[in-house]
Design a protein around this ligand. Structure first.
Ligand SMILES: Cc1ncc(COP(=O)(O)O)c(C=O)c1O
Length: 431
């Protein structure tokens, strides 16, 4: 995957940064690509090779790389300075749009990344309830802080114990041992287990946090009644329900998964598509929960929270989403691609499943449809990786790992979808 300049650039990166990357998820081994620019739905490596991009920065780029309306708004903002340690006017302007598009929340706060958003959300939930433990689902990822980095899709199911009494597995060394005491893990989509677990420890639970669609495990969707059960249990036991909409928010609908599935959480976290690739995130919630934040009593803050660069980008994205049916168009293109991939695989006799939503869908190879992370582990991951590697070599770039969904943006037009399908068919024949 590396021609001369890319190889040289990556060698230099390796001499400067561990494994030559700024995030472990970006390491592809010795031939990790180095990207020099993006335009619309394509990215270009250091040698100028073009790739149709279905990773989109792991989801943020919703309008297209370097979208002119976003670039222009950010340029407009930055000439007046970006960081004032006081509320900026851009924050107010964009916050009004966030709440208008989402409809259900009363209040919101800006953060810079999804990690910060979920970290703060669980602190608010703990302060609100006076309880300490958090229930999360196996295969869900909520960012890089210690409190929720357990039993993510990177955990090997063999280490996670029985489904009836799951072991929370730390996804990294370096998390203090006792942090595990604060985490309870449950397999995704198992309503019965969820009910029995909550019945056992409800009085200790501050929050149940959930990815409404498994954006970090092949786009697996919630079975009917799963999100509704979380809502009901939270209501019955005074637990804060947190929807982690970092991947689904401003991507699968203007109102995110809360709108699509008709479930209203107490708090939700947003990032990624909100900024089209600029660093911006948000926590939104019901007034009673958000008003738990009180200066001097319950802390939420950060030097770059509400920074004009990210917030101006969000302002431009939200304008576009409000004015035009952008997300509907992206979803339609995604469904077209899903259908095309499905037909090619079926004609070749390859057992597969296409999961999720048009704007963010998963593809897994195998006969059984996964409903949770433990099922995903039984799919043919190696064959998938081979197929994707072939595609990358033919200028189409989904992630090599089937846990990571295919993401589409507004710039994936018919021509790019057709080209993707042609190349997919070619690569499949060569395997
Ligand atoms: C569902 C979900 N929550 C939280 C995060 C963390 O967001 P960030 O990478 O912006 O810190 C991610 C990142 O992929 C995510 O997918």
């Amino acid at each position: 995957m590396q021609n001369a300049k890319t190889r040289e650039a990556y060698a230099k990166a390796r001499s400067l940064m561990p494994y030559g990357v700024s995030s472990n998820f970006r390491y592809w081994g010795d031939d990790t690509p180095v990207i020099s620019r993006g335009a619309g739905a394509c990215v270009y490596d250091a040698d100028g090779n073009e790739y149709i991009d279905y990773r989109l920065g792991f989801g943020p780029v919703i309008l297209g790389h370097g979208h002119p309306a976003v670039v222009e708004r950010v340029q407009q903002a930055i000439v007046d300075g970006t960081c004032f340690a006081l509320t900026g006017e851009w924050e107010i302007r964009a916050a009004e749009k966030v709440l208008r598009l989402l409809k259900w929340p009363d209040l919101m706060r800006w953060t810079t990344s999804g990690t910060e958003a979920t970290m703060h959300a669980i602190r608010i939930a703990r302060a609100h309830t006076g309880r300490e433990r958090i229930l999360k689902f196996e295969g869900n990822y909520h960012g890089n802080h210690d409190y929720l980095l357990f039993s993510t899709a990177g955990a090997w199911p063999g280490s996670m114990g029985s489904r009836r009494s799951p072991i929370p597995v730390a996804s990294t060394s370096g998390i203090p041992r006792h942090v595990t005491d604060y985490v309870i893990t449950v397999p995704y989509n198992d309503v019965e287990l969820l009910e029995t677990t909550v019945a056992r420890c409800a009085q200790d639970l501050a929050a149940i946090i959930v990815e409404p669609v498994m954006g970090n495990c092949a786009g697996i969707t919630p079975v009917a009644g799963f999100l509704e059960t979380i809502r009901r249990l939270c209501d019955e036991h005074g637990i804060v329900m947190i929807l982690d909409e970092v991947k689904t928010g401003f991507r699968i609908a203007n109102g995110g998964a809360a709108e699509v599935y008709g479930v209203t959480p107490d708090m939700a976290t947003y990032a990624k598509a909100l900024g089209n690739g600029f660093p911006v995130a948000a926590i939104a919630g019901r007034r009673a929960v958000m008003e738990t934040i009180v200066p001097g009593q319950v802390m939420q803050g950060g030097t770059y929270c509400g920074n004009a660069v990210g917030v101006a980008a969000a302002d431009a994205v939200l304008d576009m989403l409000e004015r035009e049916p952008v997300l509907e168009q992206i979803a339609a293109q995604g469904r077209k691609l899903m259908q095309g991939l499905g037909e090619i695989l079926s004609q070749a006799g390859v057992a597969h499943h296409l999961l999720g939503h048009g704007a963010m869908f998963g593809l897994v190879l195998g006969t059984d449809e996964p409903r949770e992370h433990r099922d995903w582990a039984k799919t043919d991951r190696q064959r998938y990786e081979h197929l994707m590697l072939g595609l990358v070599q033919h200028g189409v770039m989904p992630d090599l790992d089937s846990r990571e969904p295919w993401f589409l943006c507004a710039a994936h037009d018919d021509g790019l979808i057709d080209r993707t399908l042609e190349r997919f068919e070619t690569v499949l024949k060569t395997l």
